[in-house]
Design a protein around this ligand. Structure first.
Ligand code: G
Ligand code: G
Ligand code: MN
Length: 403
């Protein structure tokens, strides 16, 4: 789902529940979170919130106006957003409340027992792609080179991780690290807002190394839990013009940093790559000699034809999401996909479909012969500590959820 301007409203008579739930939602990527201690407060927010409320999480058992009554009032106001119910009541009460709300033509995503568990909520919201990732705000005054430099030095940037599955086995094979900058005043800052600043001010190298170091530590943690995942890190084209870059990475990897051999992969965006091939080629070749896996990202956006890839040392090709999701409606996208996939296969590359948002998308890319899939249908990017429990849940869920 598109990251548009929406707000989320949490209704509960306990301040503690409001605060912890708001915290969880922010971690899941919701930026505009409102809280209400009563149904009256809730209606007030519903009328006045800007951006408008598109998701309400409400407790059922509240003094004065309870959750069931709130649902009626909300429906009378013509509310068309989604609703999640949570409660300490027994499961049957929750189910009944859900049925009643649906009868009122409200869109109920589901109900959750208290205490609320972050990954249960994430899965519920994931199902509909409801988590509202706000578009990266340019916020020029917030993202200055000085602030970014300090945030990197203080190691404040955090990689989040989006799972990738093998389409045939449905097993989780790896993750892509996507950097985030949690800032006390600005909230979560997304890479579109600060990667360009890093590139322009010579900060991209320390940023990349911070992401690699933190990913290595996390990778070692996961391995100690028996979870062997390949970790892909995005690298900027600037780094590939720097002949010293492979050595710095190799030196780092030699220090026994947490990555098992061969488990680090670097992703380079196709459109940036094709502008100038010679200089990056040497860097890429040297990476390959150092057993670092290479992936060409956002394929289909750079106007290269697949033939140009023949001489490049890539292990993996990631089909840009505009082709993956777009091919459901646009027959041209489908044709381009088919020929790209068959050519990439002949070159021995693994093919990853990005932006798999629906079960339909997954089926289509499976038929086309893609090897792996990544996208909101499988999971949004998650904080590192949520990955092990997400993998456990996925292993249970995919058997029943995907036909
Ligand atoms: O993470 P998001 O979900 O917003 O990613 C937005 C863009 O930022 C993507 O194109 C992604 O490749 C890029 N990006 C995410 N993390 C990193 C990183 O650590 N380094 C670089 N160079 N780009 C990144
Ligand atoms: O450019 P790169 O492929 O590295 O960036 C990945 C970007 O795509 C991130 O911003 C990530 O949050 C986003 N993303 C991941 N899965 C999906 C999806 O299923 N749909 C959409 N629209 N974006 C996605
Ligand atoms: Mn990428």
């Amino acid at each position: 789902m598109d990251s548009t301007n929406h707000s989320v409203l949490i209704v509960d008579d306990e301040r503690f529940v409001l605060d912890t739930t708001a915290f969880i939602l922010r971690r899941l990527g919701c930026v505009n979170v409102f809280t209400a201690e009563s149904a009256y407060d809730a209606l007030d927010h519903l009328d006045n919130a800007n951006p408008p409320i598109k998701l309400i999480l409400t407790d059922l058992n509240m003094p004065d106006v309870d959750g069931v009554e709130l649902l009626r009032l909300v429906s009378e106001r013509g509310y068309t957003g989604d609703i999640v119910l949570f409660s300490g009541e027994d499961p049957r009460t929750l189910v009944l409340a859900e049925t009643l709300a649906k009868a009122r033509k409200l869109s109920v995503l589901g109900s959750i027992a208290k205490p609320l568990k972050p990954d249960e909520l994430a899965i519920l919201l994931d199902r509909r792609g409801t988590i509202m990732r706000m578009p990266a705000r340019p916020a020029p005054d917030l993202v200055t080179a000085e602030k970014l430099d300090a945030a990197i030095k203080n190691r404040q940037l955090e990689p989040w991780f989006q799972p990738k599955i093998c389409i045939a086995s449905k097993r989780v094979v790896g993750v892509e690290a996507l950097v985030r900058w949690p800032d006390k005043t600005a909230g979560m800052i997304y890479p579109d807002a600060f990667i360009p600043v890093a590139e322009a001010h010579g900060l991209i190298d320390p940023l990349t190394f911070l992401v690699i170091q933190k990913s290595a530590a996390v990778s070692a943690d996961w391995r100690s839990m028996g979870l062997n995942l390949q970790v892909a890190v995005n690298v900027s084209m600037n780094s590939l013009h720097d002949i010293g870059f492979p050595d710095r990475i190799a030196d780092y990897l030699n220090e026994d940093t947490g990555f098992a051999s061969g488990s680090l992969k670097l992703e380079v965006t196709e459109s940036q790559l094709m502008q100038d091939l010679i200089a990056p080629l040497e860097v890429l070749l040297r990476m390959r000699l150092k057993k670092i896996k290479l992936s060409i990202d956002d394929f289909g956006t750079g106007h290269s034809n697949i033939g140009q890839l023949r001489d490049l040392p890539f292990d993996e090709l990631k089909l840009d999401r505009s082709y993956v999701h777009g091919s459901s409606t646009d027959p041209h996208a489908g044709t381009i996909l088919e020929s790209t996939v068959s050519m990439a296969k002949k070159l021995g590359m693994e093919i990853v479909a990005e932006g798999v948002e629906t079960e339909e998308d997954l089926k289509r890319v499976a038929l086309l012969g893609c090897d792996q899939a990544q996208g909101y249908f499988i999971s949004r990017p998650l904080p590192a500590e949520d990955i092990p429990s997400w993998v456990a849940k996925w292993n249970m869920r995919h058997k029943t959820a995907i036909s």
